[in-house]
Design a protein around this ligand. Structure first.
Ligand code: SAT
Ligand code: MN
Length: 592
């Protein structure tokens, strides 16, 4: 066996002292054994890790209740440990690597006593892809082991790919005692290492996801000349059969997953799904930008997902092709043992147990499913999966869509002037907060490229890395900025959104094909009157105008905020972006 893998695993076992070490082979037979362990043996508090759900509603489906305090990513406990603090930037929590390890060591010492250590060999990306990365994760949770098999490609191929090399990404995970007091998610970019303890939640514990594919991945990409991005990948097929590939980056609560599985309202158009969360971008031999989705599954938010809002996802969840599908922290309808969440059906079932498996009392004022309850399902179960998904080369990208949730300022759609201008607008993108719990509602939170919590190094350097692609790309994709969330003076959404967003994508395709002329605006090219297909849509001319209106005073305030935002990065924001900002300010001052 590959000697460095063996050595690393032995060292971790010496530290964590499990009763047993289990090398995963990634087979379905093994997944069934692991599920069975979760149903009969492993516990989280008073609950078993898994319980079987009714296959009539969702085949191969299992319910998983998490520890009550372990329901989301914990950004304040997430650190990126570069030797120098400035390299982590203000966008990351930082700790000195030696100090971080000294802190973690005693927590890992003996943490797997009485438990099984699962070794998960996995590949991010297709095994034959030149852009794929082989990795090894260790965990002591069957939930994590089974989830990794859905979300990544687990199996001996990863070991083969690593061979006798030292060069593989390492992840050490333990649920520890699940206490937020002893919970840490620490990244060591110099060693391609993640150490995570105290949480079993997706983004904290499935280390192939945000930890590796984005934080560590962005650092590797910086060194190797590629980009690890928080983006969906879709192919959009026009009535003539031509398929163009798009990337899309949106902060949370902007309908990213719905766009990845869109059923277009426009006749003859079809969306092919390649990814709903992460894209790795490389310049291909032909000078075009190529994207692969390093993952192999969806870890999606359940509440709000229904036949009406996302019929393709419901079909995905009802597909029995890939075993199994997990429902984490949803409620369960006890009359038929089916998972349920707010929004799945209009009427709430009579007899529910909540996400902690306690009888649900609607009078409590709480939701039955946790607001961040999730499903974990294989992408191979998706009926709109692109035939190109397993193409090791990835897909060539024609357009990149950046968006946010903004009631003012950002128009429905603009095409940026060129790569640099596109990077500028992406670097200032933001979203208005939607939940009162953490932030003031309606405040713009800047989230460049939707990467703020996921860029593993100083964001100023990240912008420079993005800009460097201008020279490398012979045929750069067009960069678009969209906003589905403009509101009128009475606070109502002007644009219908959802399936109607395909109208905007059609215009992008027309621009790429040179079929739409567009008109110049302060922010870039927007559709001329008549260029957006509005057939069958009830929207007034005044409404359409409002969707694209640019107001001088609120843009003045916006540029002042952008300047403050840039200044945080301690002089690392490239001059080219300050120049772009100056030129924007100049245009604003000339507005009527
Ligand atoms: O687990 S993920 O990080 O993908 C989901 C989330 O919490 O954002
Ligand atoms: Mn995400």
């Amino acid at each position: 066996m590959a000697k460095y893998i063996k050595k690393w695993v032995e060292e971790q076992a010496e530290l964590t002292k499990p009763d047993k070490v289990w090398w995963m082979d990634g087979s379905e037979k093994e997944a069934r054994e692991l599920i069975n362990i979760g149903i009969t043996k492993e516990m989280i508090g008073d609950n078993h890790t898994f319980s079987g759900l009714n296959a009539k509603f969702f085949p191969n489906s299992y319910h998983h209740p998490s520890h009550p305090t372990d329901v989301a990513r914990t950004e304040h406990l997430t650190f990126v440990c570069h030797p120098k603090k400035e390299d982590a930037g203000p966008n990351n929590n930082w700790m000195d690597p030696d100090e971080a390890k000294a802190k973690l060591r005693p927590l890992y010492d003996g943490c797997m006593k009485g438990r099984t250590l699962y070794v998960i060999p996995y590949i991010m990306g297709h095994p034959d892809s030149p852009y794929a990365k082989p990795c090894i994760q260790i965990t002591d949770s069957v939930y994590v082991a089974v989830s990794m098999r859905i979300m990544t490609r687990v199996g001996p191929e990863a070991m083969k790919k690593i061979g006798d090399s030292k060069d593989f990404v390492k992840g050490l995970h333990s649920v520890g005692d699940l206490s937020p007091e002893r919970r840490w998610i620490m990244h060591f970019p110099q060693e391609n290492l993640v150490m995570s303890i105290g949480s079993g939640y997706g983004g904290n514990a499935l280390l192939g996801k945000k930890c590796f594919s984005l934080r560590i991945g962005s650092c590797i990409g910086k060194r190797e000349g590629w980009l690890a991005e928080h983006m969906i990948i879709v192919g959009v097929q026009a009535p003539d059969g031509d398929v163009k590939y798009f990337l899309g980056a949106f902060p949370s609560a902007c309908g990213k997953t719905n766009l990845a599985l869109l059923d277009p309202v426009l006749k003859g158009y079809k969306v092919w799904t390649l990814g709903d969360d992460i894209a790795w971008l490389n310049v291909g031999p032909d000078g075009r930008l190529y994207a692969i989705n390093p993952e192999a599954g969806f870890f999606g938010v359940a509440p709000g997902t229904s036949e009406a809002t996302n019929p393709v996802m419901i079909k995905t969840l009802k597909n029995d092709k890939f075993y199994p599908t997990l429902f984490t922290n949803t409620a369960v309808d006890t009359d038929n043992n089916a998972p349920w969440w707010e929004g799945l059906t209009e009427a709430r079932p009579k007899n529910l147990i909540d996400w902690q498996k306690k009888p649900y009392d609607p009078a409590s004022g709480k939701t039955a499913a946790h607001p961040n309850s999730r499903f974990t399902v294989s992408i191979y179960n998706c009926p709109t999966l692109s035939p190109e998904f397993d193409n090791p080369k990835g897909v060539p990208i024609s357009g990149i869509i950046f968006g946010g949730r903004r009631k003012t300022n950002i128009p429905l759609v603009v095409e940026t002037k060129d790569w640099e201008h596109g990077v500028f607008l992406a670097s200032i993108m933001g979203s208005e907060t939607t939940t009162a719990a953490l932030h003031q509602v309606g405040v713009v939170r800047r989230d460049p490229m939707a990467m703020l919590p996921f860029c593993g190094y100083n964001m100023g350097d990240y912008f420079a890395h993005w800009l460097s692609f201008a020279k490398k790309l012979k045929h750069p994709p067009k960069i678009f900025m969209v906003n589905w969330f403009r509101k009128d003076s009475e606070g109502r959404f002007i644009w219908p959104g959802f399936r109607d967003n395909s109208r905007v994508i059609k215009w992008m395709i027309d621009r790429i094909d040179g079929k739409a002329k567009g008109r110049e605006t302060m922010l870039g090219v927007s559709p001329q009157k008549g260029e957006l297909d509005l057939s069958g849509l009830d929207i007034s001319d005044a409404g359409m105008e409002e969707l694209f209106s640019i107001d001088r005073e609120s843009w003045k305030a916006e540029t002042a905020e952008i300047e403050k935002f840039y200044q945080q990065f301690g002089g690392r924001v490239p001059k080219a972006l300050f120049k772009q900002l100056d030129s924007l300010k100049d245009k604003i001052s000339k507005l009527p």
